[in-house]
Structure formats: structure tokens, C-alpha cells
Design a protein. Structure first.
Length: 378
């Protein structure tokens, strides 16, 4: 899959996770992405580790494939002039530097769009524009804390817990890519570029529509539910004889099938568990009862039995088990790309296929300033 963005030139003026992930998506979809990095040091993630993979940070290699790299110092007049020429010929500029950083160097959205009226200028921030915190920098764990995500993550009564992936960074990158695709479509109609804004805080709120809806409905602040969720039960992880299994019995027929499989007709007739609202209200008691039954067999046996009667379930696996699983291999979700320094280099593909094909893995993450001569010549 070559991607529909062939011929689109993207300036990736980003660092860390959110911005690079947005540009990675555009690059995987066929855009020609130039990563503009700080002269001398480059993207912060180049130094994130250990581990390092043949001297390179796995963070950087995972987030910066299908890109070329040039290094500039925008405080240097010659480099600023070069960057201006890049802006003049770009279709898209994505940036997630500290608020105001590009503007102080003469390349804020207004200045860039005056230079290139067809430019789509996508600005990524922590707290969004407006409001008393708009000028503050923000990182994924800070925004998980501020947005309420940490208050609902982890076990009831336990300490605050961060979702241990950069869900807000990468989610914001996804929204940025969606916004850019929309703006490109609009530019096809009008001929004009635009200034786009996305934020980690906006992403964090958008990840919680059900939680916010419940709060708006009855004023109750959601608490921590461990592996569970609001409004449905059993819909969580349960211990088995040798591990854990997640069971999602999201309707009455699945609940009855689960009870029959466990040989627990008493749970069906117990008024505490009669209907879903009853089970939600008595989730702690039901967790104890189901755990008692599930402890009789191992995870693999339960997964097989639950799947046989149509009750949705999954074992809790570690990453080595996931990568080795025949389903992941069968999907082709892990791809390889020729790498000059890492012979066994592998990476996760974008989770989309077009006509049965994944987006092409054209090139690995670049060395700092690796492509300055060829891009500047172009």
C-alpha cells in the first residue's frame, strides 16, 4: 500500500512522542516527511534509554520511520532562512514545541500562513489555547494526572496509577493526523491552508465520554475499578488457578451462559445478581463468587471453555507471549524494514489495511541530519 498522501510534503517540527507519532502516521500514508531537528542534539527521544538497539533508542526508531532528517538552529539567521524556504514549499507543518517557541523565531501560524497560504499548520499543545494554563508545557503523565485519568486507573483504595503507555501523546497524534487529512480535503475544495490545534487535555477528555456522561447524569465522581468498567459487570479480570482471564459478559444471555458453564445456578437466582444493574451494585461480592469458581482450573482451560459457549474472554498475556502468538503473526502486525545498523529490526505497523495491504514501511528512522543534502537540493 503506497498511501494516498504521495506528493504531500510534511515538515515534522516535533519532539518526544505526540508530534512524531502524528508525522509517522502521515509518512506511513505516503507523505514525504522531513523531520526538522535541533542542530547538535536532535529529538529528545534519541537519548531515551536504556535499552539501546545497536546504539539507537527504541523510542526514536519506533516513532520516526518513513522520515528524513535535517538539523537546524532557528536562532541562526542562515538556518532560519533555510527553514523559511522549507515552509514555503511544504503542504503540512506539524509542531509540538513549547508554546510560542516557533512564533518567537518568526514561524508562528500567522507568519507561516502569510508565507505559504496553502500551508496546513498543525499545532499540538498540552492544555490547548486559551485558559490560564495555555502557556505551560505538558507531558503525558502530567496530563493523565490533570485530566482525571489517574483518578480512575488502578485498584480501588490503591495509589494513583498511570496508564503505562503514552496514550494521550499517541492519541493526540492520531487526532492531529485526522485533522490534517480533513484540512487537506478542505484545501482541495478551497485552495487555502489553515491553522489546526489539538491538545493532550482535549484528547484526555475525549477518552472519557462515558465517565463524564455518568458524572453529568448523577453527579457521582467515578472511582477506580481496577480492570473493570462502569455500568457493566462481570466485565473484568478474574484470577484462575495459574493466572488471570478477562471475562466480558456484557448482556443477560452471556451472564446466564457463564453461570451455566461454572455450574453456579445459585448466582442466577441470587437477587443481588439478577440483572446487570444489580451486578454492578454488588460487583465486589460477585467478584468473590466468580473468583472462587474460576480458581478450580487454569487460564488456558477456562479460555477454551468460555469460547466454546460464546462468552467473550481473553487471557492476560505478557508482551513476549503476544508477539509469539499465532494471531499476531497471522495478522502480520509486526513488520520488518531494511535497516543499515540493526539487521533484525522490527516495528509495529499502523493498524489499518487497504485492499488487504498495510501501509508501506519504506525507510527506518533516520540518523540526525542524515538527509540534509538531498532534501535541500530538492
Amino acid at each position: 500500500m503506497t498511501g494516498s498522501l504521495g506528493g504531500i510534503r510534511v515538515l515534522d517540527v516535533t519532539t518526544s512522542v505526540a508530534g512524531p507519532f502524528a508525522a509517522l502516521i502521515l509518512g506511513d500514508l505516503g507523505a514525504d516527511v522531513l523531520k526538522v531537528e535541533r542542530r547538535g542534539s536532535g529529538d529528545d527521544t534519541r537519548r531515551w534509554g536504556p535499552p539501546f538497539w545497536a546504539g539507537e533508542s527504541p523510542h526514536f526508531t519506533a516513532l520516526n520511520r518513513n522520515k528524513r532528517s535535517v538539523a537546524l538552529n532557528l536562532k541562526d539567521p542562515a538556518d532560519a532562512e533555510t527553514f523559511g524556504k522549507l515552509v514555503d514549499t511544504a503542504d503540512v507543518l506539524v509542531q509540538n514545541l513549547r508554546p510560542g517557541a516557533l512564533a518567537r523565531n518568526g514561524f508562528g501560524p500567522e507568519e507561516a500562513l502569510r508565507r505559504n497560504p496553502r500551508l496546513i499548520y498543525c499545532e499540538m499543545t498540552g492544555y490547548g489555547s486559551g485558559g490560564p494554563l495555555a502557556d505551560l508545557p505538558a507531558y503525558d503523565p502530567l496530563m493523565q494526572a490533570f485530566s482525571g485519568l489517574m483518578a480512575i486507573t488502578g485498584e480501588d483504595g490503591g495509589p494513583p496509577a498511570r496508564i503505562p503507555v503514552s496514550i494521550l501523546d499517541q492519541g493526540t497524534g492520531m487526532w492531529a493526523a485526522i485533522a490534517v487529512l480533513d484540512a487537506l480535503r478542505e484545501r482541495d475544495r478551497t485552495g487555502s491552508g489553515t491553522h489546526l490545534e489539538v491538545s493532550l487535555l482535549g484528547t484526555a477528555l475525549m477518552w472519557q465520554p462515558a465517565q463524564l456522561g455518568n458524572y453529568f447524569a448523577n453527579g457521582t465522581v467515578p472511582g477506580r475499578l481496577g480492570s473493570g468498567t462502569i455500568g457493566i459487570y462481570p466485565y473484568a479480570a478474574f484470577p484462575t488457578a495459574d493466572g488471570w482471564v478477562v471475562i466480558s459478559a456484557g448482556n443477560q444471555s452471556l451472564w446466564l451462559a457463564l453461570c451455566e458453564l461454572l455450574a453456579r445456578p445459585d448466582l442466577v437466582t441470587d437477587p443481588r445478581f439478577a440483572e446487570n444493574p444489580d451486578r454492578v451494585a454488588h460487583r465486589d461480592e460477585l467478584f468473590a463468587e466468580l473468583s472462587k469458581s474460576l480458581a478450580e482450573r487454569g487460564t488456558a482451560a477456562w479460555v477454551e471453555a468460555l469460547q466454546a459457549v460464546g462468552v467473550p474472554c481473553a487471557p492476560i498475556q505478557t508482551l513476549d507471549q503476544v508477539v509469539a502468538h499465532e494471531q499476531v503473526r497471522g495478522m502480520g502486525a509486526i513488520g520488518a524494514v531494511a535497516h543499515p545498523r540493526i539487521p533484525d529490526f522490527r516495528t509495529v505497523r499502523l493498524p489499518l489495511r487497504n485492499g488487504g495491504e498495510y501501509p508501506a514501511l519504506r525507510r527506518p528512522a533516520p540518523l540526525l541530519d542524515e538527509h540534509a543534502p538531498e532534501w535541500l537540493d530538492e
